[in-house]
Design a binder for this molecule. Structure first.
Ligand code: SF4
Length: 124
């Protein structure tokens, strides 16, 4: 087995440490960019989201995230044809920003653009 000189050892260690810090720094930088892009738009000041405990919201099977829909109660929501059924495409939705809007039916707060309820109808 060849002997490694102290100089070789230190050089290789320096390369390794430098490479690792660059990789970590690179990932950290790109992660922070991705995180900023994924940050949800905040609620407009003074507004609140519709609580899912709201009686109208409950009666309509509303969820702020359509993925949480009760598919036992609303199996049609799983149909491929309904994959774009979100509040943001609903006739009752008025956009406030990319994340939030007002619903003409559930008015106890704002609804998420990614929400859904059984009163959904396509915006014309
Ligand atoms: S009526 Fe439309 S906008 Fe209102 S909660 Fe239901 S799907 Fe969303």
């Amino acid at each position: 087995m060849p002997k490694t000189s102290r100089k070789d050892f230190l050089t290789k260690t320096l390369y390794l440490v430098t490479s690792l810090s660059l990789v970590e720094g690179g990932f950290g930088f790109s992660s922070s960019l991705v995180a900023k892009e994924k940050l949800p738009e905040t609620l407009p000041e003074g507004s609140k989201p519709v609580p899912e405990s709201d009686p109208t919201a409950k009666a309509l099977g509303f969820h702020q995230d359509a993925k949480h829909t009760d598919f036992t109660l609303y199996p049609e929501r799983k149909d491929p044809g309904s994959k774009n059924q979100f509040c943001k495409h609903c006739a009752q939705y008025t956009k406030i920003n990319e994340k939030w809007g007002k619903c003409n039916i559930i008015s106890s707060g704002l609804v998420s653009s990614q929400g859904w309820c059984s009163a959904w109808s396509l915006k014309s």
